[in-house]
Design a protein around this ligand. Structure first.
Ligand code: PLP
Length: 388
């Protein structure tokens, strides 16, 4: 029989049936420690009771009405996110890529409103912004783009963590409207920029009246030690996007805007059938409330420090380990050669990890893991690296 699924994923041969906290159980009853949270999504852990209750209550009350009418859960979640982020208003979508599409459209329309004919957005090398045509064009990876040309116009690329390169573009172009980047690169290999990078970009954007657009689809929702990663840099973006951890598994994305960026769209400029439906927003509200009231960003910072110290102690002097880095519970261990096979080896030992950028072991565990679970992840990953 032919496979009825399109071949878009290289899947591991395992199927999970249930989960609890940081643990998953497969269809043969085997338990796995989840150090990946479904690629940074299940921040509150699997089968979180508050999320389950919200889904069940909301499913019994109302799932969908459309954006032709007021959606009270959208308004409540927006007020909550505005409070935790300092942003002014927002648009709800269904995924990270869609949230970024919204950010790109706001930036372009802002350019058009200022008389710029070909609004252009500066993006960075080794970035990841999604798989739609505009977001894959913004993505700094040939692998993601190859075969889908013609790509979308209106992007120029600079190296990541290089504010000077952005200054140079500013001198040579009158079409720039925004700089778009991840404050910590995820798919690119958990790359943490220098402390002043965002501040410098903020200053360049201010000098040139550009928007600073931060993609916090992966780094947001407490993962790096604050609700959003930019909150550690003492700056405010004009636009920030997030998704993944916001729904703990229910699809939701959001594009938040501030100041001038919050006034660009007018009715008719953007929309989505499903975006911001009562179910997704009720869940988002529960997730944000849990993250904040349980102080999970602070906990992520503490756990991240603990895990990085553990990795550095055991792996710091190994020749095959090039770098150990991270912010909160976004952790990367870069080896000196491609190490994709470690994902299968970890699975066989009952641990879920990921390898990105060919050589970087990526860990994005749920924010609710215990100290013991964090130590267990460190020990298991160290065993794997030592056996390479
Ligand atoms: N932006 C970043 C930083 C991401 O890490 C991802 C997904 O990995 C995306 C955007 C795309 O999100 P989605 O897969 O929900 O479209």
């Amino acid at each position: 029989m032919t496979d009825p699924l399109m071949h878009t994923y290289g899947r591991l041969d395992v199927a999970f049936e249930k989960g609890e906290g940081a643990w998953l159980v497969d269809d043969k009853g085997r338990r796995y420690l989840d150090a990946l949270s479904g690629l940074g999504v299940v921040a509150l852990g699997h089968a979180n009771q508050a999320v389950a209750n919200t889904i069940s209550n909301q499913a019994g009350a109302l799932l969908h009405t459309s954006n032709l009418y007021r959606v009270p859960w959208q308004e409540k979640l927006a007020a909550k996110l505005a409070q935790v982020s300092g942003m002014d208003n927002m648009f709800f979508a269904n995924s990270g890529a869609e949230a970024n599409e919204c950010a790109i459209k706001i930036s372009r329309l802002y350019g058009k409103q200022r008389g710029i004919e070909n609004p252009t957005i500066i993006v960075t090398e080794s970035s990841f912004h999604g798989r739609t045509l505009a977001t894959l064009t913004a993505t700094g990876s040939r692998k993601v783009q190859a075969g889908f040309e013609p790509l979308v116009n209106g992007f120029v690329r600079v190296p990541f963590n290089d504010a000077e390169a952005v200054r140079k573009v500013a001198k040579n172009s009158n079409s720039i409207v925004a700089v778009m980047l991840e404050p910590v690169q995820g798919e690119g290999g958990i790359k943490v920029p220098d402390e002043n990078y965002l501040k410098e970009l903020r200053a360049i954007c201010d000098e040139n009246e550009w928007f600073l657009v931060l993609d916090e689809v992966q780094s947001g929702n407490g993962r790096t030690g604050t609700y959003f990663a930019y909150q550690q840099s003492g700056i405010m973006p004009d636009i920030v996007t997030t998704a993944k951890g916001l729904g703990n598994g229910i699809p939701i994305g959001v594009c938040l805007a501030r100041g001038k960026a919050s006034e660009v769209f007018k009715p008719g400029n953007h929309g989505s059938t499903f975006g911001g439906n009562p179910l997704a927003c009720a869940v988002g509200y529960t997730v944000v409330s849990e993250i904040v009231s349980r102080h999970l960003p602070e906990r992520a910072a503490e756990l991240g420090d603990r895990m990085l110290a553990g990795f550095r102690e055991r792996l710091g002097k190994r020749n095959n380990v090039k770098n150990i880095r991270g912010k909160g519970l976004m952790i990367g261990i870069e080896l000196d050669e491609p190490c994709g096979e470690l994902v299968q080896k970890a699975l066989e030992k009952g641990l879920l990890i990921n390898v990105t950028a060919d050589k970087v072991i990526r860990l994005l565990p749920p924010l609710i893991i215990s100290d013991e679970e964090a130590d267990q992840i460190v020990n298991m990953v160290c065993d794997l690296v030592e056996a390479v």
